[in-house]
Design a binder for this molecule. Structure first.
Ligand SMILES: Cc1cc2nc3c(=O)[nH]c(=O)nc-3n(C[C@H](O)[C@H](O)[C@H](O)COP(=O)(O)OP(=O)(O)OC[C@H]3O[C@@H](n4cnc5c(N)ncnc54)[C@H](O)[C@@H]3O)c2cc1C
Length: 420
């Protein structure tokens, strides 16, 4: 197949004038080779980003991504597109800030329009105690080099006047704002990384399910797939909601539970929501897509599941949250709902680590916040795979932290995955 060229304004002009005959598929469709240096299991955002950084930053040429379905069919194409780095704890904040910085240069880096939009993330507070907690969080963010601003009700009203400020039960008292946060077109992230990795020689193999690991004398030597055995020097798993099932095939039991999270999109409306707004007295968050649809979500469905569809009680709960926060939403018609499988860890924080099996590495436990982590997760996992040492921003994300009591419990919810 002829190699694809780069994307640019000039190229669009030239193709437009010559009948658009020069475009090529954004990535190849190669047959799996019998052996690679690195096999990445899972072609979601994290797996593709890992392959991209392995090739682009660590100069690794022999890399394959094995995806059981199609690129973008998992959570990377199902999330509500929010990016931010508004974390409190030292284990988390530097990592998520690193990720936000990578988002800021991503489109130029991968030469793909991912519609990175830093339209701001507003976390609303509804009481003095919540304001104080947000002030602490904002100070922690600033100390770690992120941006944060605390708005009072009058300042917030000037920016988002339609919120339910005078609601007797949950009056909006202000917001912690991260102006560099925002949204990114989710599936374009998968396509951009896939294309960037493919251009650097990575084989992206779709419809290739990993069914087992070949482990000899404590060392992983490759993966069994529905397309045959593929040998690898190192195997990295980034399968998000399928983490427990896939790692079970390597004899591991993870501190992770899978739950469904649903997303909702309304009919297209004129621009009304300036950024991402999160309700502080319930679980509801909302933004507006560039096509005009209101994109919103809330809690996970509170039962364990591997299904990519959710249930009615959470739909009702999310809509109630929306109506409490901005009653005008009741006029909008909902047009799409879907679900994704969340890999909920016991402290709400992720894992990027080696496993007890030599040559086998694990990336997961992203809960419902892994989209924003995609660039840093890929970078740090690539670093670990290439160097066998954790990246400096991901040293806390160890697999054995639950045994050692070194939890990174951002929300103080305890070992309850459905509360994170
Ligand atoms: C509704 C919803 C809203 C969300 N909103 C946000 C948000 O606003 N902000 C945010 O930061 N995060 C959000 N998230 C979370 C985020 O989407 C995930 O944490 C993140 O996408 C997970 O990483 P991933 O992209 O690699 O996962 P995925 O895209 O799910 O990739 C994993 C891949 O592994 C593949 N796979 C599984 N088993 C195998 C196997 N045996 N062999 C080969 N391949 C296999 C799957 O097919 C899948 O493609 C949301 C998630 C959902 C579902």
């Amino acid at each position: 197949m002829k190699k694809q060229g780069g994307y640019s304004g000039f190229r669009i002009l030239r193709e437009g004038l010559t009948g658009n005959r020069g475009w090529r598929p954004a990535w190849r469709d190669p047959e799996p080779q019998p052996a690679y240096d690195f096999v990445i299991v899972g072609g979601g955002g994290h797996g593709l980003a890992t392959a991209y950084y392995l090739a682009s930053r660590y100069g690794e040429a022999s890399v394959a991504v094995l995806e059981k379905g199609w690129i973008g069919g998992g959570n990377v194409g199902r999330n509500t597109t929010i990016i931010r780095s508004n974390y409190l704890l030292p284990g988390n904040e530097p990592f998520y800030e690193f990720s936000l910085k990578l988002w800021e240069g991503l489109e130029q880096d991968v030469n793909y329009n991912a519609m990175v939009s830093q339209r701001g993330v507003y976390n609303l507070y509804h009481s003095d105690a919540q304001r104080d907690a947000y002030r602490r969080r904002g100070n922690s963010m600033i100390l770690h080099g992120a941006d944060a601003e605390l708005l009072d009700a009058a300042q917030l009203r000037a920016e988002i006047p339609f919120l339910s400020f005078d609601n007797a039960r949950f009056p909006v008292r202000g917001a912690l704002v991260q102006r560099r946060g925002g949204t990114v077109r989710h599936d374009a992230v998968a396509w951009g990384y896939a294309r960037g990795a493919d251009r650097r020689g990575v084989d992206i193999i779709q419809n290739c399910e990993v069914t087992g690991f070949r482990i000899q004398n404590g060392r992983c030597t490759g993966v069994e797939t529905n397309r045959g055995f593929i040998s690898a020097r190192k195997v990295g798993c980034a399968v998000a909601g399928s983490s427990s099932r896939v790692m079970q095939a390597a004899g591991m039991r993870l501190p992770i539970e899978s739950h469904v999270l649903q997303a909702f999109v309304s009919e297209g409306l004129k621009p009304v929501i300036p950024g991402v707004v999160t309700f502080g007295a319930g679980h509801f968050y909302i933004s507006q897509s560039d096509k005009g649809g209101l994109v919103f979500g809330g809690d996970i469905d509170m039962y364990n599941s591997y299904a990519q569809r959710g249930n009615l009680p959470v739909i009702e709960d999310v809509c109630e949250g929306g109506m409490t926060l901005m009653p005008m939403i009741g006029r909008a018609r909902m047009v799409r709902i879907w679900g994704g499988i969340m890999d909920m860890s016991m402290d709400g924080s992720p894992i990027i680590d080696r496993t007890p099996v030599d040559g086998l590495y694990f990336n997961g436990g992203w809960c419902y916040g892994g989209f924003k982590a995609t660039p840093a997760s890929g970078y740090c996992f690539a670093h670990l795979l290439a160097t066998d040492t954790p990246h400096e921003t991901a040293t806390a994300f160890r697999l054995d932290r639950f045994r050692r009591g070194m939890m990174i419990d951002e929300k103080g919810s305890g070992a309850q995955p459905n509360l994170h």
